[in-house]
Ligand binder design. Structure first.
Ligand code: DC
Length: 230
């Protein structure tokens, strides 16, 4: 008998969802699934195939080519996290670039793209023992998740964190460019027709401007232990 649970972590862009989800998965020895990476990978495919650029988007071509996209994850011993692969090529770094971030909202609002991603995500979650982060995890992907978290933090704090992260990697970006990207994605994530970002009724809100990473982790761990002891 297994008493594994599923944990859904939803919330705005860059508010620490993946940090928390990774910590939890590592501690519990669960699978961690970064669903944003999947939408980013589809975006990269579309960019590489001239389907999307800042000045054009051929939605129907993308829909026709969806079967050519194979997304997988492989554990990276060095970073102790999973890397995203597009058709067997490691794309973990490039999918985090500002060019991909600027186009991902166009891609993630397409119904057919979402259907394909959600089916994959549900397949991975069906045996429990998964921590998944995204926007629609607690509402659409695994509405039966035993724990649902909804994370938030001010746009300024989120932009500063993302700026620090990207500049540390050597990317040439400005704080303003990142702030604008985050606030635009917040708006688009909340206002798109397909599976918009909304808080599930039974989600617990975590405003992570107020907690340290450790405090946040301890808080959630308590919730997990309560569920597992039932
Ligand atoms: O979590 P992230 O910033 O890497 O996600 C990238 C984009 O993908 C984000 O702007 C919204 C979209 N996304 C989504 O629509 N649904 C998800 N479950 C995860 C991400």
């Amino acid at each position: 008998m297994t008493n594994k649970i599923n944990i859904a972590v939803d919330g705005f862009s860059s508010c620490g969802k993946s940090t928390l989800a990774k910590q939890l998965a590592q501690y519990l020895q669960y699978i961690y699934l970064d669903t944003g990476a999947m939408y980013r990978t589809v975006t990269l495919f579309a960019m590489q195939n001239n389907i999307i650029s800042p000045s054009h988007f051929n939605k129907n071509t993308l829909i026709k080519k969806l079967d050519e996209i194979n997304i997988s994850f492989k554990y990276n011993e060095q970073t102790k996290a999973s890397d995203a692969y597009l058709n067997n090529e490691n794309v973990e770094n490039i999918i985090r670039s500002i060019e991909v971030s600027n186009l991902v909202s166009e891609i993630s609002q397409i119904k057919q793209v979402r259907q394909k991603m959600v089916a994959l995500q549900q397949e991975i979650a069906k045996n429990k023992g998964v921590v998944m982060d995204g926007r629609d995890i607690g509402t659409v992907v695994i509405p039966d998740a035993e724990i649902k978290l909804f994370m938030t933090a001010s746009a300024e704090i989120r932009a500063q964190r993302r700026f620090d992260e990207l500049t540390a990697k050597g990317e040439k970006v400005s704080y303003k460019e990142i702030f604008d990207n985050i606030t635009k994605r917040d708006y688009l994530d909340q206002n798109r027709e397909e599976s918009p970002l909304i808080q599930a009724n039974d989600a617990i809100v975590l405003d992570n401007s107020k907690y340290t990473i450790q405090e946040q982790f301890n808080f959630v761990l308590k919730l997990v232990n309560e569920k597992l002891s039932k």
